[in-house]
Ligand binder design. Sequence first.
Ligand SMILES: [Mg+2]
Length: 118
Amino acid sequence: MHSNELNSYKQPKTLADWQLALWETNVEKGWHTLKRTPLEMHALITTEIAEATEAVREGIPAIHLGDNNKPEGEAIELADAVIRIMNYFTEMNWDLDFCLELKNNYNKTRERLHGKRM
Ligand SMILES: [Mg+2]
């Protein structure tokens, strides 16, 4: 991927802006019409993470353009997982911002390495 292509995506966006933008694309492409169960959604999210693992195993760059300028690589597949998670939050009407705050605040109260010896 050329550096000017990477830099073209540096517009400031909040989490809520991203959630809306991703949902609009989801609707535009018709994915929102497929009603999936929580287990199906979790499997789809896991699949994106498996694709990231496969990209690492293949030794391909984390961010690059493949055939037909399709973004590929570990970072892109992890972004796919984030997209699926954010769209799922929108569909379920869950407040991602609130959940991140809640969990981060809890994590801050936990012991170093959550009390585990590594
Ligand atoms: Mg993918």
